[in-house]
Design a protein around this ligand. Structure first.
Ligand SMILES: [Zn+2]
Length: 592
């Protein structure tokens, strides 16, 4: 369907005339064939010798060597099978027994946002309220009077105080400048920000959001899901899309951890254009599939209108860049207490997130009828739909919409996807599996936040947080990724995008503090690798093009410092790539 012609399966360096030639002709045939041999098989562009090649093919074959020519694998086998492919200009990687895996597919990142963020205000991870205040003070010293200050994204569970800073604490850091602490679905602001935005005790709550107030009705400075009230003051993002050199730099930081393909998970049409430009300038070195965030009023007409703004040819693309799914947001998040839950968030969560009522269950940000209107319209036009949905009640609501769309025409071929689906459960798994729905989820959230959430929600509810085994047992295909949003460091970014940390957490079920909550949810190394290669390729309809090391597939691979399959489990997160290759071209090499 797409792009390049497939190379003949099982292409061999030595076409063997002997096999078919009658006995008496063996020697003459060889005499004729020998001088022709160098021309019979063009040399490869790149070969890897003496490796432990974990192919991730259907039989989980381990090979020793491989060759890539014109961007695709042309041979996979033993060293002796591959050496005939070496020509004068062939790049030869002698792996020295090291493990080689298919190029890793990071199926959920926000590289566009990272690029914009880094260009404007490099991300720092702030660990406590005094550091946050110090950051605000420094910023205020260089910001003109009245200029807005937006902090790096900071979630209360990741602050040592386990709460948002108060309005008073922010006033102390910046009495004159409006300050916004960016907690994604919840914001903490100071008095100057309330004044500048005109938020008073008389201001009504906007639809779907809450201006949190004290007993006297005075806004406390905590704003839940009211981003729209402040978006006109947002200074962080450039209006012209991210600087392309920053986007390329973000991609390079992915290549350095073994990522060869990404899914950009919530782009605007302008964001997609940025990728097109990078591609046109031959600076797109990773493969990218772009998910578009639906901009619609939640009606079928509004959704059709949006679809008409999508560039022609968006979904065609090529092996380097193509358009993918349509995304909607169904609820909030687990780090702001806005995920829509079956059970109330409870007392401890109310304190952590500043909820007025412990019976709060979070909320849907898109009503069921709007969700259905968008999903059914996408389906009718042949799109893959995916929904950001974190809470278990949110998942129930999205599955309702998916089932309704499925009654009109089967959605299985569209590979609809639940994004996050943080609390795995058997009922949801059964429904998802019946529809062929995929789960796109992030072990890093369990790693970073499982400890605090266990205190807040109780251990029982956290046992299934990123409950991979539950989904797998239910027959659901799962893809692992990071939801990377800010920063360039693979381990300290938000969220850490080191795929070996992701696989480490999936396999060990260990949190950042070393706890194991719900050990029964751990998966095997082989499963984790599949979820970041062949299953992730399936997510974007690319399973015949990439995701495994097989003849005819795209020549994407990573040579690893240690053996992912046998290294002690605690060391999986320390694995680093020696070499990352996309389409036979080296895009990263570790310096020694
Ligand atoms: Zn995301």
């Amino acid at each position: 369907m797409r792009g390049m012609p497939r190379v003949q399966q099982g292409a061999r360096p030595h076409p063997s005339p002997r096999a078919r030639a009658p006995r008496g002709w063996v020697i003459p045939a060889l005499l004729i064939a020998l001088p022709l041999l160098p021309y019979a098989q063009a040399p490869a562009d790149l070969v890897v010798l003496n490796g432990k090649v974990v192919t991730v093919d259907p039989s989980s074959r381990i090979a020793g060597a491989l060759a890539v020519r014109d961007g695709v694998f042309v041979a996979v086998g033993k060293d002796t099978d591959i050496t005939p492919f070496i020509g004068a200009r062939t790049r030869v990687i002698r792996a020295g027994g090291r493990t080689v895996v298919p190029g890793l597919i990071e199926s959920h990142v926000h590289a566009l946002g990272v690029a914009e963020g880094e260009a404007f205000q490099p991300y720092v991870s702030l660990q406590d309220i005094p550091s946050l205040q110090a950051w605000v003070r420094r910023r205020a010293a260089t910001t003109p009077d009245g200029g807005w200050i937006w902090t790096p994204r900071t979630f209360p569970p990741r602050l040592s105080e386990r709460r948002f800073p108060t309005r008073g604490e922010l006033d102390a850091a910046a009495p004159e400048h409006p300050v916004v602490v960016d907690g994604a679905y919840a914001l903490a602001v100071n008095s100057a920000a309330l004044r500048a935005a005109g938020i008073t005790p008389a201001t009504p709550n906007p639809a779907g959001g809450v201006i949190v107030r004290d007993a006297a009705g005075e806004p406390t400075g905590l704003l839940r899901n009211v981003g729209a009230l402040l978006s006109r003051f947002e200074t962080r993002t450039g209006k012209d899309g991210p600087p392309l050199e920053w986007l390329a730099r973000v991609h390079q930081s992915y290549a350095a951890v073994g990522i060869t393909s990404i899914v950009e998970r919530a782009a605007s049409v302008e964001g997609y254009r940025a990728y097109e430009q990078l591609h046109a300038q031959s600076r797109l070195r990773l493969r990218a599939v772009v998910t578009l965030l639906v901009q619609s009023d939640g009606t079928e007409d509004g959704t059709e209108q949006f679809l008409r703004t999508v560039p022609a040819g968006f979904r065609a693309g090529d092996d380097q860049l193509k358009g993918g799914a349509l995304k909607v947001f169904a609820d909030g998040g687990i780090l702001s207490g806005t995920a829509f839950m079956r059970q109330p968030w409870g007392e401890a969560a109310a304190a952590l997130y500043g909820l007025a009522n412990p019976d709060d269950r979070g909320f849907l940000t898109l009503s069921p009828d709007k969700m259905l209107a968008i999903v059914r319209t996408a389906h009718r036009h042949g799109w893959q739909a995916c929904a950001h949905v974190t809470g278990d009640a949110g998942v129930d609501a999205v599955l309702d919409a998916f089932e309704a769309a499925n009654r009109e025409a089967p959605i299985r071929p569209r590979r609809f996807t639940l994004i996050h689906a943080d609390f795995a459960n058997a009922a949801a798994a059964r429904r998802a599996a019946a529809l062929g729905v995929i789960v796109d989820t992030q072990p890093a959230w369990y790693y970073k936040d499982g400890d605090v959430l266990a205190e807040v929600l109780g251990e029982a509810r956290v046992r299934t947080l990123i409950g991979l085994r539950e989904w797998v047992n239910g027959g659901v295909r799962v893809v692992l990724n990071s939801d990377h949003m800010f920063g360039l460091d693979p381990n300290t970014s938000l969220n850490p995008f080191n795929p070996f940390l992701t696989m480490y957490v999936a396999v060990t079920r260990r949190s950042e503090r070393g706890r194991v909550i719900g050990p029964e949810q751990a998966i095997t190394r082989d499963e984790a690798l599949r979820m970041m290669t062949i299953d992730a390729a399936y997510l974007t309809f690319d399973e015949t093009r990439k995701g495994s090391i097989e003849v005819g597939k795209l020549g994407d691979l990573v040579v690893l410092s240690d053996d992912l399959l046998t290294v002690p489990a605690e060391q999986i997160r320390d694995i680093v790539p020696e070499t990352t290759v996309v389409g036979g071209r080296v895009v990263y090499e570790r310096s020694r």
